[in-house]
Design a binder for this molecule. Structure first.
Ligand code: ADP
Ligand code: MG
Length: 239
């Protein structure tokens, strides 16, 4: 399979007062289109730094990052913003939805930057909300939804610009275990439809739903192995 992501010697330093923190110390790996990768590692090992670089939220101190046909490490901040909006969907631990805004408007939001006409924005957002099982709750505000439902809204929002890549940093970190498995079933379904997923998790049980597990320690990759993924949907039927 073609590599969607190619990183080579990727490093990131942060200046903290008079000390330089080496958050990432040279990561080299490829991720193919269609993979489902779990990133694991202790707190402070560089997982979020790596995800921020993959997500074009930050630029590396050194090294290269290629996403599809583009050499991302050379892009201007405007070009990075465009890559983020068009090619990448983000899912966060705490959902990051706008509180006073309906599920539908939350999902529509990324399309505003895409200059899509209103009717098209509406249709695309409704399609994604239906896909995550929330067709009936589009008018609800986040406070009227459970944690799992809010994360579904966030996933619909991540998908509305039809990204090839979804980056999820601890997406089940704020959810109970049954709801976590429901969210993983949804991510597995999206992956089967062809979306490449990179997910950070602390929980080994969650990582086992991915088909590849990459472990970080002190800013480097210490393990990178294939995994026969557990089937989240099958697990839900049993419990
Ligand atoms: P993880 O997500 O695995 O917990 P991070 O990537 O957040 O790890 O952090 C890796 C290292 O970089 C840690 O030592 C952290 O304190 C440091 N770090 C992360 N972000 C910043 C920042 N914006 N400024 C300074 N240091 C940072
Ligand atoms: Mg982190």
């Amino acid at each position: 399979m073609a590599a969607l992501i190619q990183v080579d010697g990727l490093a990131k330093d942060y200046q903290m007062g008079s000390t330089l923190v080496h958050a990432l110390r040279g990561v080299t790996l490829d991720i193919a289109a269609g993979e489902f990768v779990a990133v694991m590692g202790p707190s402070g090992s560089g997982k979020s730094t790596f995800m921020n670089l993959l997500g074009c939220l930050d630029q590396p101190s050194s090294g290269r990052y290629r996403l599809g046909e583009q050499e991302v490490s050379q892009l201007s901040s405007d070009e990075l913003a465009q890559v983020r909006n068009r090619q990448i969907g983000f899912v966060f631990q705490h959902f990051n939805l706008l509180a006073r805004t309906s599920a539908l408007d939350n999902v529509t939001l990324p399309l505003l930057y895409n200059h899509a006409p209103l009717a098209e924005r509406d249709a695309r957002a409704k399609k994604r909300l239906a896909q995550v099982g929330l067709a009936e709750r589009m008018d609800h505000h986040p406070a009227q939804l459970s944690g799992g439902q809010q994360q579904r809204v966030a996933i619909a929002r991540a998908l509305v610009c039809d990204p090839q890549l979804v980056l999820a940093d601890e997406p089940t970190g704020a959810l109970d275990s049954h709801t976590s498995i429901e969210i993983m079933a949804l991510l597995q379904q999206l992956n089967h439809e062809g979306v490449t997923i990179v997910l950070v998790t602390h929980e080994h049980d969650i990582a086992l739903f991915a088909s590849r597990i990459i472990s970080f320690r002190d800013g480097v990759v210490v393990e990178d192995k294939a995994n026969v993924p557990n089937d989240a949907a099958a697990l839900l039927i049993k419990t």
